[in-house]
Design a protein around this ligand. Structure first.
Ligand code: 5AD
Ligand code: SF4
Length: 445
């Protein structure tokens, strides 16, 4: 099949990542790989290769790819080579190129180390598709890491064995795999040498990470965190996303005694009704989740709790949705993400009876988001007057203004300071999305 036209190899690229932080990480690694091939990064309007690193988690995200492809194909300055990567590529494979004729290359999340060969194929006029999930790690075939700022992502684990009935991840990202200890430690060193002050460990089930340390001992995520915390130059460690059932005692303890581990935990509960959790195949109930939160708070009382919620899972009644609101009230979130249930082909929930009507989902989502918004503002307001460190990540909108993150992952605007600095500030005021930080002396005066 294919468009027979050949063309020169693209000399420039642009990567656009959608969806989760693992895609952001993969996008950065694909960029590094193309740079190592001598290609340079360019804008979406001028790049000779535009790569869409896609998300398949909900229908809206997956469908967006096709409108984007159309827009890129029609851009001023002519159609670039178009590559589709990420989870839509994995889920739909060659079908992507059949459905969108403008697509030249399709590469899945476990195959992107083959990008140079695929680009060459596409340039030779063959439609290049690679969605293999090889046993060997793609990471070994990638060039070394370079930090692109003070805060860096580091994927330590991929895939998921949990099979929640609504979720495509076990199909698009495959089975749970932990990267080896040595590879992670080396990558962390390279990131720190390149200027990273903060590392966020990533995995679909990051707290299921397991490996063998340099002394041959089996370690969990907490062991890895403790070793990273010894690295000079690294100031902050975060991790995401976690499953409640993999919240080991050691990891909870680490929140109490590892100073560099930031007081933030993204721990999705998804719903507040035990019947719905069962239908979701979450393998935990509401009470066990709340007990976990209590234990984490016992060792780290100020910890910011984040989460994910799905409203309108098939069969969810009004009363069951009220239970979700009650759980949110019981937790008190610093922030959380919430979504309307989106049926995904191939998942068990897609064919369940009693799919919830769109208007009901809309109304539930609105109510949930109103409550989460209130909680976020309350959490932010509660930090006013506190003195904390802010890791300065980039320039703000106003001249001289900088934007950084508090330990609780809030965005903080401050005057002055250099990118990469840890600035000690006092929080002077709080809005729903960001805080204002000032030098402590100015508050004391
Ligand atoms: N519909 C809606 N939300 C979903 N999520 C995963 N699958 C679906 C789906 N089919 C949400 C879950 C998960 C987050 C990343 O996306 O809340 O934690
Ligand atoms: Fe999806 Fe559940 Fe795995 Fe999370 S734990 S990636 S929601 S299947």
């Amino acid at each position: 099949m294919g468009r027979m036209m050949t063309r020169p190899l693209p000399k420039s690229f642009h990567v656009k990542s959608f969806g989760c932080q693992m895609n952001v990480y993969d996008g950065a690694r694909m960029a590094e790989l193309m740079e190592a091939q001598g290609m340079r990064e360019a804008s979406a309007d001028t790049a000779e290769l535009v790569l869409l690193n896609t998300c398949h988690i909900r229908e809206k995200a997956a469908e967006k790819v096709y409108s984007d492809i159309g827009r890129i194909a029609r851009r001023d300055g002519g159609k670039p080579m178009i590559a589709v990567a990420g989870c839509v590529a994995q889920a739909e494979g060659a079908e992507v190129a059949r459905r969108a004729r403008a697509v030249d290359l399709v590469v899945g999340p476990q195959a992107y180390h083959n990008l140079p060969a695929l680009i060459a194929d596409a340039a030779a006029g063959r439609i290049a598709v690679d969605t293999d999930m090889p046993a060997a790690s793609k990471f070994d075939a990638l060039p070394g890491r370079r930090a692109r700022g003070p805060s860096a992502f580091l994927t330590v684990q991929e895939g998921c064995d949990k099979f929640c009935t609504y979720c495509v991840v076990p199909y698009t990202r495959g089975a749970e795999v932990s990267r080896p200890w040595g590879a992670i430690v080396d990558e962390a060193k390279a990131l720190i040498d390149g200027g990273a002050r903060e590392v966020t460990l990533l995995g679909q089930n990051v707290n299921a990470w397991t490996g063998t340390d340099a002394q041959g001992r089996v370690q969990g995520l907490d062991g890895l965190i403790r070793v990273l915390a010894e690295m000079p130059g690294l100031a902050r460690i975060r991790y995401t996303t976690s499953h409640p059932n993999d919240m080991a005692d050691g990891l909870i303890a680490a929140h109490g005694d590892v100073e560099k581990l930031m007081p933030f935990l993204h721990l999705p509960v998804q719903a507040g009704s035990d019947r719905i959790l069962k239908a979701m195949n979450r393998q935990h109930d509401v009470a066990s989740y709340l007990r976990l939160i209590e234990r984490v708070r016992a060792v780290r009382p100020d910890i910011a709790i984040s989460g994910d919620y799905i409203v309108g899972f098939p069969g969810e009644t009004d009363a069951e949705f009220e239970e979700t609101l009650a759980v949110v009230r019981a937790i008190g979130h610093a922030q959380a993400f919430s979504f309307k249930y989106s049926p995904r082909a191939g998942t068990p929930a897609a064919t369940m009876e009693d799919q919830v009507p769109a208007e009901v989902m809309d109304e539930r989502l609105q109510r949930l988001q109103a409550l989460l918004g209130e909680q976020q503002l309350a959490f932010n307001a509660n930090t006013v007057g506190r003195t904390c460190d802010v890791l300065i990540e980039r320039d703000g909108k106003l001249p001289g203004q900088r934007l950084g993150k508090s330990p609780w992952l809030q965005s903080v605007l401050i005057d002055g300071g250099a990118i990469g600095d840890l600035a000690t500030v006092t929080i002077a005021s709080a809005g729903p999305q960001s805080l204002i930080g000032v030098a402590p002396a100015r508050v004391a005066a």
